[in-house]
Design a protein around this ligand. Structure first.
Ligand code: ARG
Length: 473
């Protein structure tokens, strides 16, 4: 491709370190969509004849068909996806193929391809996150009144409802989705027309290619256009946080499935057996989803370090962005799909959850709150009185509601029978009707509101969302 000045071929190791076709072939659809748009613009601007334009477009469509049919021979000698496509195009249509690269460089071409790829990936992942929310909301609806222990420090704190717990993740995933759409909005400018770095002397129309490829506008600065990979970092940052959320829920699933908890079970569909221990049912999907975050955050670190200190404009270093990017996106996609499956699959064990929620004096705060409301004690003092009552009950090895009125009055004479009404886990959760609280009535309302807020997607396409525009070209 640069034969003019070159007499010798590359060293074997040069070819090996330089070639990216092994992984950037994944960009073929974006690369060809960009070339089709570029070709149309060249014809419209009179830079390319209509006849050559037609031949190029026909050839590009043919190349795409060959790739999609698995008939295309990718060549390491041709280094990357751009040269592979252009090489085959020229085989197919002759020297006119060589006119496609007018007013373009691989620098603005790769910047375009990766941008389109990230945008397509966001358009695929975002509706998957909406599906995950739909699964969480459905299960929260089902378990709106199912009592479980709420933990702080992984110590029993207060009774909550399982539905409320699941709805917490609906909020997290909602923020994950909005981070992805923020990233999409910011990346949606076209680098085409920057050429190698300085722009082009040909009478090109970057607005036309930008519009054709679904971008809001062309990028304002050609140097920035070829050197910017912020959108890759932003995407992986958003993916990292999403993966962090998935790993937290995964960890909870692993704990909840374990024998000491027994809060939930997963079916055969989402567990594996042991080759030696016949009784085992391992939550592998949850463990793997918990671990995916390592690769994704690793990709984030890799990208930041690759770009750090890189002088303007394009540097071959940027070729190293692709494998971490692809791996992060693939890992996240798998994790979201596995989590959605597990959420739909899991079955709660309400008796066990309630039993654990009732133990360990989880309603102690309710007693203190009762003392504030009915006896008029300052909260600090109510806390102290409750602490003494918990101590007495613990010495006797009984729950708070098994203390006699006389035993309670010995600590605080103003306590009356009414106190027993607040000492059950049901009373505890029912009382927490404050905004965002755990009461079953709140959860039922939150479920309804969440369906409106999050489903269908704000882009109007229902949980399938808006289609990427690249392939439509
Ligand atoms: N394979 C390259 C990459 O991924 C494409 C751009 C190459 N540009 C160049 N001037 N060598 O970054």
């Amino acid at each position: 491709m640069w034969g003019g000045r070159y007499k010798l071929g590359p060293a074997e190791i040069m070819e090996k370190i330089n070639a990216s076709i092994g992984f950037d072939r994944r960009l073929y659809a974006q690369d060809i969509a960009g070339s089709l748009a570029h070709c149309d613009m060249l014809v419209a601007q009179g830079i390319l004849s209509a006849k050559d334009g037609r031949a190029i477009k026909r050839g590009l469509v043919k190349v795409r068909e060959e790739i999609e049919a698995g008939r295309f021979k990718f060549s390491t000698k041709l280094e990357d996806i751009h040269f592979n496509v252009e090489g085959r195009l020229t085989d197919l249509i002759g020297p006119a193929g060589g006119r496609l690269h007018t007013a373009r460089s691989r620098n603005d071409q790769i910047a375009l391809d990766v941008r389109l790829w990230v945008r397509d990936t966001i358009d695929r992942l975002e509706p998957m996150l909406a599906d995950l929310q739909a699964a969480l909301i459905d299960r929260a609806d089902e378990y709106a009144a199912t009592i479980m222990p709420g933990f702080t420090h992984l110590q029993t704190a207060q009774p909550i409802t399982f539905g409320h717990h699941l709805m917490a993740y609906v909020e997290m995933v909602g923020r994950d989705r909005s981070r992805l759409s923020d990233c999409r909005a910011r990346l949606n400018e076209s680098p085409l027309g920057a050429a190698a770095l300085a722009g082009s002397p040909h009478p090109i129309d970057p607005r036309k290619t930008a519009r054709a490829l679904g971008f809001d506008r062309p990028m304002a600065n050609s140097l920035d256009a070829v050197s910017d990979r912020d959108y890759v970092v932003e995407f992986i940052a958003a993916a990292s946080l999403t993966a962090v959320h998935l790993s937290r829920l995964s960890e909870e699933i692993v704990l909840w499935c374990s024998a000491p908890f027994r809060f939930i079970s997963l079916s055969d569909a989402f567990t594996t057996g042991s080759s030696i221990m016949p009784q085992k049912r391992n939550p592998d999907a949850a463990e793997l989803t918990r671990a995916k975050v390592g690769r994704i955050v690793g990709a984030f670190t890799a990208l930041c370090i690759i770009l750090k200190g890189l002088p303007l404009t394009y540097g071959k270093d940027m070729q190293e962005d692709k494998e971490p990017l692809f791996d992060a996106a693939d890992s996240l996609e798998l994790g979201i799909a596995a989590m959605t499956g597990m959420v739909r699959d899991l079955k709660a064990n309400p008796e066990r959850m309630r039993a654990v929620a009732s133990a360990d004096y989880s309603v102690a705060t309710d007693l203190a709150d009762w003392l504030v409301r009915k006896v008029g004690l300052p909260f600090r003092q109510a806390h102290h009185v409750t602490g003494r009552l918990v101590g007495i009950a613990a010495d006797k090895g009984v729950d708070l509601d098994k203390l006699t009125l006389a035993e309670m009055q010995a600590v605080e004479p103003k306590i009356d029978r009414g106190v027993y009404r607040v000492l059950t886990v049901e009373a505890s959760v029912n009382a927490r009707k404050s905004l965002g609280g755990t009461a079953p009535a709140n959860v039922a309302r939150a479920v309804k509101e969440a369906r409106k807020r999050f489903l269908p997607t704000k882009w109007g396409g229902g949980p399938k969302g808006r289609r990427g525009q690249t392939h439509g070209f």
